[in-house]
Ligand binder design. Structure first.
Ligand code: ZN
Length: 180
């Protein structure tokens, strides 16, 4: 089980994250901390492509990778690049509620109709494209995938701190996802 931890003040940020890029991300976004100057990226943020999700971040602060459903199973190289070449030691994986990728399985007809109408795809090819990507990108829920990926990244890069978070679209705030 998991718990969503709201961040309304500095005291809500766990001590282990205070004065780290994770704590700063929460301060900049949730607490409207005044932007600071950064010469180098301090962390990698992986988030969904959803247009309702915009972060308040200072310039140069973060590398940002976006993928439908914050699913980076196909982007191991991009993540490795940021970690190894960009020398970041923190990763924030940010999912959000009401994510379209969770409802992907219910959008079969819309998707197939779109491929036929917009893409002029022949039906069999459209079905194959949809079904194979549903396995890749469809999510059971917004949070389990973040926890699973965080566990994978920690295994790949033990010296990198990976933290899953949820962005709530109603109030545009970040919550820490904590395992109970
Ligand atoms: Zn989404």
């Amino acid at each position: 089980m998991h718990n969503l931890r709201p961040i309304h003040s500095i005291e809500d940020i766990p001590t282990k994250y205070q004065n780290t890029p994770i704590g700063l991300l929460l301060e900049f976004h949730n607490l409207n901390k005044k932007p600071a100057l950064f010469e180098d990226a301090q962390l990698l943020i992986g988030m969904c492509i959803d247009n309702r999700k915009q972060l308040n971040l200072p310039e140069n602060f973060a590398y940002v990778l976006r993928s439908p459903g914050a699913n980076f199973d196909q982007d191991a190289f991009a993540i490795s690049y940021a970690v190894l070449v960009g020398e970041v030691r923190y990763i924030a994986l940010i999912g959000h509620n009401d994510c379209g990728m969770v409802q992907l399985a219910h959008k079969r007809e819309t998707f197939l109709k779109g491929l036929e109408e917009v893409g002029n795809w022949e039906k069999g090819k459209a079905i194959e494209f949809y079904e194979s990507n549903l396995i890749e990108y469809g999510l059971e829920n917004e949070i389990d995938i973040l926890i699973r990926q965080a566990t994978e990244f920690r295994g790949l890069y033990p010296k990198v701190i990976t933290v899953p978070m949820l962005y709530r679209v109603e109030d545009k705030k970040l919550f820490l996802i904590e395992n109970n």
